[in-house]
Design a protein around this ligand. Structure first.
Ligand SMILES: Nc1nc2c(ncn2[C@@H]2O[C@H](COP(=O)(O)OP(=O)(O)O)[C@@H](O)[C@H]2O)c(=O)[nH]1
Ligand SMILES: [Mg+2]
Length: 216
């Protein structure tokens, strides 16, 4: 994920991630419109992706709290931006999901507009994690999200989620397939990350990746 660090450097990065995410994380703000967004005052990391891809579950796994962000049984339910503050130093932003067919078209457009407005007009937004279900792969709606992230120039880490559900060979193929599509997206890092909220796979790496964004 980071350019070939030495084993010692890699261990230090993981340790920084572990220490940051061991700190308290609390819900601080919810916004359903641009006017309701909180003051732009701390570095932010946004969790984006299709409805049900595992955004809230990944956020919970990273902070080590089972029920901080609401994991929904009903896809398409989280329609607002939820802000969580980690150690008073960093905000984690759980974005509304896209691509859920059962939601009325005008509502989908409203979400898209809200997300676009947030992504484009947020100086402190340091990173987006764009989640893609390892079993599903990259869809048109993900490509559309990547185009918005390109236009807004938000450095984006693509993460394949629910890797506990796929075999190693299938995961390797999916990673390659997604990586090939990322070549067209300037905002996306070329390397694809993986995660499982179930087994904890990839969580320490993502913590380190995010911790590198904040000082101290
Ligand atoms: N097996 C497995 N299931 C997961 C994982 N992450 C999320 N899920 C399940 O996928 C569903 C949607 O998760 P959620 O976090 O609410 O997705 P969101 O809509 O993107 O926030 C829930 O039933 C979760 O328990 C994972 O890593 N592995
Ligand atoms: Mg959610």
């Amino acid at each position: 994920m980071v350019d070939a660090p030495t084993p010692e450097e890699h261990a230090r990065q993981l340790e920084r991630g572990r220490l940051l995410f061991a700190k308290p994380c609390t819900f601080v703000w919810v916004a359903g419109t641009v006017a309701e967004l909180p003051p732009d005052e701390l570095p932010e990391v946004a969790f984006a992706g299709r409805s049900n891809v595992g955004k809230s579950s990944l956020l919970n796994a990273l902070v080590g709290q089972k029920a901080l962000a609401n994991v929904s049984q009903t896809p398409g339910r989280t329609q607002k931006l939820n802000f969580f503050e980690l150690d008073g130093r960093l905000r984690l932003v759980d974005l509304p999901g896209y691509g859920y067919a059962k939601v009325a078209k005008d509502k989908v457009d409203a979400w898209t507009q809200l997300i676009e407005d947030y992504l484009r007009g947020r100086p402190s937004l340091r990173r987006a994690l764009l989640l893609i279900d390892a079993r599903v792969g990259i869809k048109d709606s993900d490509e559309a999200a990547l185009r918005v992230l390109d236009a807004a120039a938000v450095a984006t880490r693509v993460v394949l989620t629910k890797v506990d559900k796929v075999k190693a060979g299938e995961l390797a193929e999916q990673k390659d397939a997604v990586a090939r599509r990322l070549k067209d997206h300037a905002a996306a890092f070329p390397e694809v990350a993986v995660s499982s909220a179930q087994t904890g796979a990839g969580i320490a790496e993502l913590r380190a990746d995010i911790a590198a964004l904040v000082g101290g």
